[in-house]
Design a protein. Structure first.
Length: 202
């Protein structure tokens, strides 16, 4: 007996094909977003306390350096108050495991340490004063001692932010936010130096 062939599915309209493609793309994007969300949540739960401590202690040491130097030199209080906003933002964003905050902390700290290691000798002079204090020779320039723990705070901040960020298994977008956060922080620093900290310009 002959049975006629019955098509299981008719020809698809172009609109349906477009909707199917768009739906697949949306589903893929949604799945990627959910995967990243779960990675961040898992990272948040399992993040060791020492990583958070590195960020908080590092930012705290530099904030202390800003405070002490502002007390010693009233002319830079406005500058250091504006500069402190960077580190307050880093602490707040790092608590939320935010790539912008990690980038601001790591890249701003790296930029400041580079400038004060290779352009000026502020950190080296601070380390020299700290060594004189430890060995009992006495500190001749207490103001330079600030450079030692400011630089140390930044090194701790760099390490903490980098480790915390890498543990989120960042994708290309997250790396973009990381670099963007650093660029914003450095840009803000350059802006306040150019406006209220001109005494530091050559």
């Amino acid at each position: 007996m002959h049975y006629p062939l019955i098509p299981l599915q008719g020809p698809r309209a172009p609109g349906r094909v477009t909707c199917c493609v768009a739906g697949c793309a949306n589903a893929t994007e949604t799945r990627a977003t959910m995967d990243r969300t779960w990675r961040i949540m898992d990272h948040t739960v399992r993040e060791p306390r020492w990583i958070t401590a590195l960020i908080y202690v590092g930012a705290g040491l530099f904030l202390l350096a800003l405070l002490v130097s502002a007390v010693m030199e009233p002319s830079i209080r406005v500058l250091h108050s504006l500069q402190a906003l960077i580190y307050v933002a880093v602490i707040v964003l790092a608590r939320r495991h935010n790539a912008w905050g990690y980038g601001a902390g790591a890249l701003m700290a790296a930029f400041w340490n580079y400038m004060n290691l290779f352009v000026t000798n502020f950190i080296a002079a601070g380390v020299h004063q700290a060594w004189a204090l430890v060995t009992g020779h006495g500190v001749t320039r207490p103001d330079l001692l600030i450079g030692a723990y400011a630089g140390l705070g930044h090194f701790l901040l760099i390490i903490g932010c980098l480790i915390a960020f890498i543990r989120t298994r960042p994708d290309s977008r997250a790396w973009g936010r990381f670099v963007g956060g650093g660029a914003i922080a450095i840009g803000w620093f350059v802006l306040i130096i150019a406006t209220v900290g001109r005494q530091y310009l050559p």
